[in-house]
Write a protein that binds this ligand. Sequence first.
Ligand code: GAZ
Length: 263
Amino acid sequence: MTHPTIYHIPVCPFCQRLDILLTLKSRRDEVDFQLIDITHPRPDWLLHKTRGTTALPILETADGHIIKESLVILQYLEDIYPERPVAQRDPWRHAVENMLTRMDGEFFSQGYTWLMNQDPALREALREGMLKQYAQLNDFLLEHAPSGPFLFEDFGWAETVFTPFFERFWFLEYYENFVLPDEPRYARVRAWVEACIGHPAAQQTTREEVVKLYYDYSKGAGNGALLPGRSKSSMAFEPDWRDRPWPPKNKYEHSATDAELGL
Ligand code: GAZ
């Protein structure tokens, strides 16, 4: 084996990070991407490589080592392809982008918790929680990069980490009617989000794909799990999402059937 191999799940935000980094480095073709269908049990050969864990992405190095965790894999790719660095080389600047990167977990879990919520009484609190996350990002960017749109001169490390989440959160717009209010306290983060989503290296997915594949998440079933009464997950490879209708938006009132989802 001469190239590293990345085992990934389509539309997984952690996997998209790797794709973005490699695209920024013009190295996308030097890594073999192998798609894993999350709606079926993991094959034994893959579980053998991971020693039983199921989370993806993982990277298998050219000499057969396994690396788990998207941020660790990103750093590995940054190290083996040092030309066109994506991370900052100056220690202070690198610390700044790492501080922002460390805010990814709370941001991600607030968004997914809201998407997966099934109790209408919790909606307002979840909206507030999401706004608080955006306000924190806004504040960080105002402190470290007031003029923007990116944290530094161009789309870099922190943008690689966050952009997949910005694109997944299209599902909040669709299923929860969430839009970032047009207010000064979100203006800086809004400019960042828009610049990130519009960047040529971050075009791996679309609003339509995200909305269609994440229908089951919006009903509380994550990671390819099956909802009651359904025989197929909205994360399935077949039928292709392009051939399916847009799902119903009223997740709190209605549970769509396989047929309604075009599955
Ligand atoms: N920290 C890991 C990384 O690589 O950065 C996270 C990787 C990960 O969670 N991968 C997911 C996976 O492989 C796919 S993307 N899951 C299958 C499995 O068997 O573990 C994750 C959540 C969540 C909602 C959504 C996702 C998600 O909680 O997008 O929790 C971890 C999974 C509400």
